[in-house]
Design a protein around this ligand. Sequence first.
Ligand code: MN
Length: 260
Amino acid sequence: MTRVFIMGDLHGQLDKVIANLRHAELLDPSLAWSGHDATLCFMGDYFDRGPDGIGCVNLVMRLQREAAAAGGQVIALMGNHEPLLLAARLFGDEPLSASVGTFRRNWERNGGRESDLVGLTSAHVAWISALPAVATLRRRLLIHADALFYSELGDSVQTINQTMASMLTSDEPWVWEELFYVFSDRLAFFSDPQIGRAFALELLARFDCDQIIHGHTPIPYMSGRAPTEVTGAFVYAGGLCVNVDGGMYMGGPGFVYELP
Ligand SMILES: [Mn+2]
């Protein structure tokens, strides 16, 4: 079987992303794809809280092309920061209906960087808007957020991704605010060990998978360890869930997780 690698939330940390992909030998010294027929999955949240979200997206887009040409594959999921940025671009200073402030302020509150908004091209917007919210791979369910709303968007990977894609083409501000709201959920499988496990089992049964892999909630919030000490995935809920968000924006070195 070919190898499968997963990387959690990037948040504009281009230097750390490159260092980790180099370490995993997925990039050669010239930063070209060297993963051959491997699969690499990014878990979303390319932007915000860090200096170079556009640089991260450009890297992922290029690696998708290079990996495909080499017989490999790069999957890129949608995070919650992608809709935040797109909405800031689309609605700017329009007021939020469900909260205080404007769409732009809302994005800035979530770590939005002006340089990402300025650098965003129509090609970026088209690429981001088409990102899947959910993927399955080797009986793993890949979702950005450790949250339960995915199954409310549809009853299959395909219908959930269609619902997400149609929400991202909406010119109705409330549709985007709904997206912010559902994506603000986290820790669904962690807060209470018994309930968390039950939620995970229910979601996994729907998708006929054995394990949830997610980002979104930095591992330090679960493990209690300092971000600088996080060098690998956090497995919990009795092995049903794997958190791959190393919290690079909090000072963590980040890591690439390889499926065992
Ligand atoms: Mn997130």
